[in-house]
Design a binder for this molecule. Sequence first.
Ligand code: GLC
Length: 556
Amino acid sequence: MTQELTSPSPAPQAPGTGRGPGWWRDAVIYQVYVRSFADSDGDGIGDLRGARERLPYLKDLGVDAVWLTPFYASPQADGGYDVADYRAVDPLFGTLQDADELIRAAHDLGLRVIVDIVPNHTSDRHPWFQDPELARQRYLFRPGKGESGELPPNDWESVFGGPAWTRTDRGDWYLHLFAPEQPDLNWDNPEVHAEFEAIMRFWLDLGVDGFRVDVAHGMIKAPGLPDIGHGAQAQLIGAQMLPFFDQDGVHAIHRAWRRLLDGYGDARGKQVIGVAEAWAPTAERLALYVRPDELHQAFNFQFLNAPWQSDALRSVIDASLAATASVGAPTTWVLSNHDVVRHTTRLGGSLARARAATLLMLALPGSAYLYQGEELGLPEVTDLPDEVRQDPAFFRGGRATGAVGPGTDTESAPDGAAAGGQDGFRDGCRVPLPWSGELPPYGFGPGGSWLPQPADWGGLTVAAQTGDPASTLELYRAALELRRRLPGLGDGPMSWAPAPDGVLAFTRPGLLCTVNTLGHDVGLPAPGTPLLSSAPVTVDDATAQLPGDSCTWWAI
Ligand code: GLC
């Protein structure tokens, strides 16, 4: 008999949800990039009210929590990662009351809410930086080199390009690992520690369930701020030790925050978490951020950067699981975010690979983050005109923060398809979401959209994909529904199973996952009954045909 599967078959109902202790250990968390998610007031910029109105969509998608990118008062020199007031909502995005209502509405739907905290730097419009006396104590000012201090204090480069130092009109220099509008804080000053703990309490009191810690590897710099000795530093981030990233001293900060989070949660009978955005050179160094007394999660960028090859994927999965297991933490998988080329495009311009990669990710033990729009299979927009671009890296000649390492899989791009984004900058993954209709702004809001949406996104809208079993949106919905229902998914054991070259196979309790990374069909003895597949899989008598670039979940 031939069985063809394009949509999910009914899965056995399992008792309970399979959650271990700690909701975050296997949560699926959806990243809302607020300015591009949904616009309620027609200014073309997404806002908190728009996000609140769309929460039922996220509930229906099947995620456990939402991470909101910064919506705080900010001059927007870096999409809100330049914060001028950590306790105020920028009028672009709404009011504090809107934030409060959003958090309550999410909780009413059973969704947790994580917000960003940006501790490495503030905006140069922050009152601390505006006051020369305070600034000198709370930021990293140094005299310049050269006869009259006309040269920067060291050779560090900004992640966005150019020197990491800017000279003030008083003649001294301040450090900014990112844009000049983002001066780095001085974490040797206890007032900085106290302020960030107070900011966390402010948002915890509003009900948030955790923090995504921006540049969690950056707050502490090597003593003496030593020269590095060569250029192109941005490309070394995450690949080797640098005196401004992943210094051991950052861990004391994370330990203090864990005490705060645990204390706060214990007092209220809830678990509030921290997730590290940390670019560390190895899985072992990354695991240090999730030791039992540090943060709960750390994005696994090594997995994100892995090429679409079975050996490479297997070794990054093994290294990640071993490293996190050694500290008793789950692994936190991610394929896309607002800093990197969307994975449909990054994996060789192939939606088939992107769908397969997602099912692979969701079958692995641990937690997973989804980036808005990946559930629609959105590609990177690679033809934005220069005049609409806003990524500060574009204006400084640098690269995206996240676009480091071997992330752009040009070598294995099928048919020579363009694999990268637009010169490695980050606007192309931030184009506002298409919700409905045939024309821009596709229901994003009553006005336009701050970045132009492609004319051919009518077939990719939420409305167009809903109810179509072959759509990427329905694939995500089915996968998340199975993940909730099957106790073998989420946290727990996995082991590799034998598989032909180019194919990965692994078991979870009651399940087997196959991933065919080759561009053509592979036949193998049917390992069980197909539950869900990223592409139509056929089972003929006892032989399964795995389509090229596909992932299938099997009940065993
Ligand atoms: C993180 C953010 C990125 C931002 C940078 C500086 O990498 O994800 O968007 O530009 O930090 O805050």
